[in-house]
Design a protein around this ligand. Sequence first.
Ligand SMILES: Cc1cc2nc3c(=O)[nH]c(=O)nc-3n(C[C@H](O)[C@H](O)[C@H](O)COP(=O)(O)OP(=O)(O)OC[C@H]3O[C@@H](n4cnc5c(N)ncnc54)[C@H](O)[C@@H]3O)c2cc1C
Length: 344
Amino acid sequence: MLGRAGLAAELIERTIGPRDVVCGGFLGWDALAALDRLGIDAWVLGARAIGRVRLVGGERLVEATLPHRAAGLSRRILDEALMDAAARAGALVRRGVAVRAAEGAHRVRLDTGETIEAEALLLATGKHELRGLARPREAIAADPVVGFRTALAPSVSLEQALQGVIELHLFDGGYAGLLLQEDGSANLCVSVARDRISQAGGIAELIARLSKELPHLGQRIHGGGAGEWQAVAGIPYGWRAKGTEPGLFRLGDQGAVIASLAGDGIAIALASGIEAAAALLRHGPQGAQAFQAGFAGRARRPLAIASKLRGAAENGRTRRSLMRLLRWAPFLLAIGARLTRFGR
Ligand SMILES: Cc1cc2nc3c(=O)[nH]c(=O)nc-3n(C[C@H](O)[C@H](O)[C@H](O)COP(=O)(O)OP(=O)(O)OC[C@H]3O[C@@H](n4cnc5c(N)ncnc54)[C@H](O)[C@@H]3O)c2cc1C
């Protein structure tokens, strides 16, 4: 958006080319609408349509139709499409260069030794902290969570089981999400309390244990065969940046982190970028504070509801009650999906 408006926008991305990201790859209807607004058609990129959500809690299974069509797309494809679009729009995209530290909102130091001075800084480092502008330690320390993901190789059984559906397997301390991606493989993404990984002795050991405890999940994993795992630690679910300084716009996970079970982090990241660019174009660097306050305010409800749902899903007793309730009234699942959307 800044490039299109003719501003000298520079995008610094430390990775060099397409790579996998710890993410479920679920694009809600709000994320699809935001992409559309940016001129990116997820269906042209190969996204798989998703119309239903399936919750699996032990032996119980509940399914509901989503209020609108959603999609499954790997971040390997999506992120490259976003960066290509930025370059086409006139932004200078620099890959393989990392920002090492920020000195306030107007100056950053790169790992090349170079310094960049700018009128505004749009901070979008996701879960990674940038020296000089890191989130407070308490944001993470209270509830240490680890996320990890892999791709399950395409198979007839996975294709049949996951056609048109996002599947969430709930267990004590976390959940595993599964959906089909553009190449027919299934993205398997897990969010779990750090303690559960240490108790099991590692990620592979935890997956082996979960496959035994959760027969449906075990079936899916054996139906595909897991590839390489990527992991990320210290996810500050529920955190919001309530304030900022002139010139500093905190985007995506640097602005608000929704519990990943809701599958709305991508929509939030896209919306924050669109809104920040609009604020910067209209009000200049002075627009940062009003943008951040408005963004934090709008994120409050979806983040709070997603945190409550996560709490209920990850605790054995409340999960059983939740599953009983949803079996009786599965439409509540669709309402939950709607209430945890940041965008409309
Ligand atoms: C387990 C799990 C499952 C999830 N599943 C879903 C889902 O299904 N659907 C959904 O909508 N959301 C999901 N999310 C949330 C979603 O992944 C994030 O909210 C979203 O990616 C945030 O986008 P972002 O742009 O803020 O950060 P990111 O997507 O993390 O992007 C940050 C970028 O900054 C780069 N970077 C970082 N530091 C530097 C630096 N110093 N210099 C240069 N570049 C740097 C990184 O390489 C990266 O490309 C999930 C999250 C987790 C943990």
